[in-house]
Ligand binder design. Structure first.
Ligand SMILES: Cc1ncc(COP(=O)(O)O)c(C=O)c1O
Length: 369
């Protein structure tokens, strides 16, 4: 039996009749951009994440980029973010012409280390941009406290954290704005691209809506130079269906994570560390290994697909060669990039498949011992 990293077809199959109904509704509605399906999803997702407003946009990168623009971030400004994240978070900062300031994560949680953030603040800093990486909440309270003390905005990248909780509350309604991706493999994934920003600030919500609609609030009247980035009604209708199943699917992910955490303890891997103030959405189950290649090879031979999130940290990408950081400037990000490996997890992985992963890891450990 093979164990795919994530089975998206199974996810679609489980909800097929509901999705068919949603698609048929959109086809019959005549609304192919904007309209009631988008508004209904925005309202439902704002409610789900505990925010006053939700604005659908084209994808997660645009969600970050538009949120930064709505906060007035631009050339000459600095944005603080983690050195070990996905490239999109850094790209969003570059897209508005600001400078990304990479700060090391806490090596246990993989998330931005609040203690290091303060030291990175300069008179140019405008925003602190933590990612809830792998579906686990960043430590928001101290980050918010630092932001408040220095008059900065807090923008969260929650692309991997739909349904995750921080101190009992769902991510989405706390910071100045929270950016979401509905890329198909996300916990709440569309059947195509999609994204959103949730916020409690009506001004930020309105600016994002205007910016994503050519900079226009009233037809043919352009207040600012915007772009076209809107959540598609077909995707919104599908997301409304999937949102109703998100908690159930996240519970299934949590059960898989629990099983891995129990069965893989003491098997030579560094397992995810979960502080007691977070309930992760378990978007990814990321372990660390001193012998990653051997682990991936052994798992591949046992039919288990693994991935690396992420093999090259942003500061080592050619796209960011101009950061020109001295060698060894970001040792935690470098070390994590060399050690992390993601095991299969998702709402549709079977107990047998999880058992197959555990058996393969265990056999390798026995060989090595
Ligand atoms: C942490 C993070 N931020 C941003 C993005 C960008 O989202 P999108 O692919 O929808 O542009 C992703 C996913 O792709 C992500 O994982």
């Amino acid at each position: 039996m093979s164990v795919p990293f994530l089975d998206l077809q199974a996810a679609t199959a489980e909800l097929r009749s509901e999705i068919d109904g949603a698609v048929a509704r959109v086809l019959a509605s005549g609304w192919y951009v904007g309209g009631p399906e988008v508004s209904a999803f925005e309202e439902a997702f704002a409610g789900y994440s505990g925010a006053g407003h939700c604005v659908g946009v084209g994808n997660g990168l645009d969600a970050l980029h538009l949120a930064l623009r709505a906060m007035g971030v631009g050339p000459g400004d600095e944005v603080i973010l983690a050195s070990n994240g996905y490239i999109a978070t850094v790209l969003a900062v570059s897209m508005v012409g600001a400078t990304p300031v990479l700060v090391e994560p806490d090596p246990r949680t993989h998330n931005l280390d609040p203690e290091l953030v303060e030291a990175a603040i300069t008179p140019r800093t405008r925003v602190i941009l933590p990612t809830h990486l792998y579906g686990q909440a960043a430590d928001l309270d101290p980050l918010m406290e630092v932001a408040r003390r220095h008059g900065l905005r807090l923008l969260e990248d929650a692309a991997q954290a739909h349904g995750a909780r921080y101190k009992g509350r769902r991510i989405g309604g706390a910071g100045d704005a929270v950016a979401w991706s509905f890329y198909p493999s996300k916990n709440l994934g569309a059947l195509g691209d999609g994204g959103a920003v949730t916020t409690n600030d009506p001004l930020i919500a309105q600016r994002i809506r205007t910016l994503g609609n050519y900079g226009s609030h009233r037809r043919y009247v352009n207040e600012v130079r915007g772009l076209n980035s809107r959540l598609d009604p077909m995707q919104a209708a599908i997301l409304s269906v999937k949102l109703r199943h998100l908690d159930d699917w996240n519970r299934r992910r949590a059960a898989v994570a629990k099983r891995y955490l129990n069965a893989l303890a003491g098997r030579g891997l560094e397992l995810p560390f979960v502080p007691d103030w977070t309930e992760p959405a378990w978007h990814l189950f990321v372990v660390q290994s001193d012998a990653r290649e051997a682990l991936q090879r052994a798992l591949a031979n046992a039919g288990v697909e693994t991935l690396i999130h992420y093999p090259i940290p942003p500061h080592r990408q050619q796209a960011y060669a101009d950061l020109a950081l001295p060698e060894g400037a970001l040792p935690i990000a470098d070390r994590l990039a060399g050690r992390v490996v993601s095991l299969p997890i998702g709402p549709h992985i079977s107990d047998e498949q999880v058992g197959q992963v555990v058996t393969a890891v265990t056999a390798l450990h026995r060989q090595a011992a």
